[in-house]
Design a protein around this ligand. Structure first.
Ligand SMILES: [Zn+2]
Ligand SMILES: [Zn+2]
Length: 360
């Protein structure tokens, strides 16, 4: 991922063209290789600053960067300035004259949130999605003007920059009348309303592997926006939004399910039917099962994407105490309690011992 250009220049997203220019001048001067011989860090910084400036100083590129995250310059910026004195002369000339240079721009990466049913994520599938992409306008090929709908800018005479002097430097400033383009649109392109780009929709086949988890991202190389000037296409990042299961909680490839049983089943033991990933299975509950006790059913969970191993299902038992008992049931329980000494239950015994210690 390329760095945030605003951060590189240390300016806010609302910075004006003038702010950008002055900050750039200061930084470029500070980090210029001539002032920092044999300092690779400064050299890297200088390149970053130039790259950020090339994008943010160009209104069109800046707008594209603001709305689409980034514009990657294929191969990165290469500085041609061997002499710092050239910096405020040629550099500005080059930066501001938009014509004559052919630069390949990598297409933007795109993001897509894909909603999946729990089972779709669990078992995997191929899904077709529609992606909205931007490309150069077919009608104007990016100029934003109808054929012949542009004139040379009067202010800068088509150079895209105007010169002014500051101290002993002669500085070329981007022409504000034409935003540095050197041309002014008199008849905007009817297809793109002068923007220079248009949207199109593309179908993309996504192969979702079994066991993919919520929030996982799939990268599809080259499925992002097309590049400009022969540049590479961007990538498409698909984020999985997986719906919750009505009964299972997922943790990696393991599934957890809370199953309520009644107190008689817990006391006497039973065999119950519980859900697993594919269908159901019978599970034995031993006598004396405690609330919150969990039982593992091996290999009935999800596929682990990394290892291909199957996860497990954990059944967590919740013991339900009856809220309503009829007369007969109450009598039976009273009868039962005559014969039942709960002091011998380890949990109760432990508590009672501690309680006695406390009050003595
Ligand atoms: Zn157009
Ligand atoms: Zn101009």
């Amino acid at each position: 991922m390329s760095k945030d250009y605003y951060e590189v220049l240390g300016i806010s997203r609302e910075a004006t063209t003038i702010d950008i220019k002055t900050t750039y001048k200061k930084l470029a001067f500070e980090y210029h290789p001539d002032r920092n011989p044999d300092n690779t860090e400064a050299e890297e910084r200088f390149k970053e600053i130039n790259e950020a400036y090339q994008v943010l100083s160009d209104e069109g590129k800046r707008a594209q960067y603001d709305s689409f995250g980034h514009i990657s310059n294929e191969g990165g910026y290469r500085s041609n300035y061997s002499n710092i004195n050239d910096l405020f002369g040629d550099l500005f000339d080059e930066v501001f004259s938009s014509g004559g240079r052919s630069t390949a721009y990598r297409g933007n990466d795109l993001k897509y949130d894909l909603q999946l049913e729990f089972d779709e994520a669990a078992f995997g599938l191929a899904k077709e999605i529609k992606i909205k992409k931007r490309k150069l306008c077919d009608n104007c090929e990016g100029s934003g003007a109808e054929a012949g709908g542009e004139t040379i800018c009067n202010t800068c005479g088509g150079k895209g920059a105007v010169a002014y002097s500051q101290g002993f430097f002669s500085i070329n400033q981007s022409c504000s009348a034409c935003s540095g383009r050197g041309k002014i649109i008199t008849n905007p392109c009817k297809n793109c309303s002068g923007v220079g780009t248009e949207y199109f929709e593309q179908k993309v086949q996504v192969n979702i592997p079994a066991g993919i988890s919520n929030g996982a991202r799939l990268k599809m190389r080259g499925e992002g926006e097309p590049g400009l000037g022969g540049g590479q296409s961007g990538d498409l990042y698909i984020r999985m939004i997986v719906k919750e299961h009505p009964l299972f909680e997922r943790d990696g490839s393991n599934l957890f399910c809370e199953v309520p049983i009644n107190f008689v089943q817990a006391a006497l033991g039973d065999e119950i039917e519980v859900p697993v990933l594919k269908g159901t299975t019978k599970m034995k509950i031993p006598s004396g099962t405690q609330p919150g006790q969990s039982f593992r059913i091996k290999g009935k969970g999800l596929v682990d994407i990394q290892t291909g191993n199957l996860g497990d299902v954990y059944v967590v038992v919740n013991v339900v105490i009856p809220k309503k008992l009829n007369k007969n049931q109450k009598e039976l329980l009273k009868e039962f309690s005559k014969d039942y000494n709960d002091n011998s239950e380890p949990l109760i015994e432990k508590y009672l011992n501690k309680f006695k210690e406390l009050i003595n």
